[in-house]
Design a protein around this ligand. Structure first.
Ligand code: HEM
Length: 237
């Protein structure tokens, strides 16, 4: 039986939407600086990009504090359990009405692929953007001491890392926007991140334990090896 469960706390939703806006705005102004198009004008784009970058750093500081003080960081510890089933689900099962191979619970809201991708964003892509962005600032503006101290004497590697990270974020956003629509209904996941509430299986939401395998997960894992898999038609998300 399904039950409305409060899955995304208010700070989490505030952080998610503010981060989404800032990444979008930083991407927009960043690619104007890059020369991809003209909208604000180069000087304004640089100024807005810098302001948004400082806001992003402040938000990251609060988010780090929140993740550790609530223990929510554990949600992002990568796991290989069920990962094959999850990949096969996104590649094949989803188009054949197969069940979601992992169940969402309050203590385990992310499927194994989300854990991997979000951990990669938090530990790799975002740090690369912040560090290369700050180096960019210090390189270009009078306070060059820190960069000289690091023996960086060309802006090229900095620009390369920063732009590569920006492309990675654009790719992430495109995939993320598509995956938002793959819940029980196309708007289920979006509504959950707006209201905080989502319909989850009662039994599982109360247990709130590790990622649960559901009937059909194995079938989903082996789906690539079978011609026409006989999978249950119910989407459990
Ligand atoms: C705290 C985070 C960030 C800081 C401190 C930062 C800082 C900077 C700075 C100083 C520049 C050079 C501006 C100039 O030429 O005067 C720049 C360029 C740029 N930024 Fe950021 N940025 C950050 C985050 C981001 C994010 C999240 C994105 C993408 C979503 C992004 C995309 C870009 C792009 C595409 C450029 C142009 C790079 C080039 O053509 O060399 N930045 N950034």
């Amino acid at each position: 039986m399904k039950k409305q469960v409060y899955i995304y706390k208010s700070f989490e939703r505030f952080w998610h939407w503010t981060q989404a806006f800032l990444i979008f705005f930083l991407g927009f102004t960043g690619f104007e600086i890059h020369g991809s198009f003209t909208f604000f004008g180069y000087q304004n784009a640089v100024e807005y990009h810098n302001i948004a970058a400082y806001a992003f750093i402040i938000l990251i500081a609060f988010a780090i504090f929140w993740h550790f003080s609530t223990g929510e960081w554990k949600q992002y510890v990568p796991t290989l359990t069920n990962i094959k089933a999850q990949i096969n689900f996104y590649l094949i099962g989803i188009f054949r009405d197969a069940p979601h191979p992992t169940k969402k619970t309050v203590l385990s809201k992310l499927n194994p692929l989300q854990r991997l991708v979000y951990a990669g964003l938090k530990l790799l892509v975002i740090p690369v953007m912040v560090i290369s962005g700050l180096l960019y600032m210090f390189y270009r503006y009078p306070q060059a001491g820190g960069v000289v101290g690091l023996d960086i004497n060309s802006v090229e590697p900095i620009a390369l890392f920063h732009t590569a990270g920006a492309f990675a974020l654009v790719a992430f956003v495109i995939v993320h926007l598509y995956l938002i629509t793959t819940g029980h209904k196309p708007t289920t996941n979006l509504k959950a991140m707006i209201t905080g509430y989502e319909d989850l299986e009662e039994e599982e939401s109360e247990k709130g334990s590790e990622i649960k395998e559901v009937a059909g997960a194995e079938a989903a894992a082996d789906i690539s090896e079978t011609e026409t898999p006989a999978l249950p038609a119910k989407n459990l998300d």
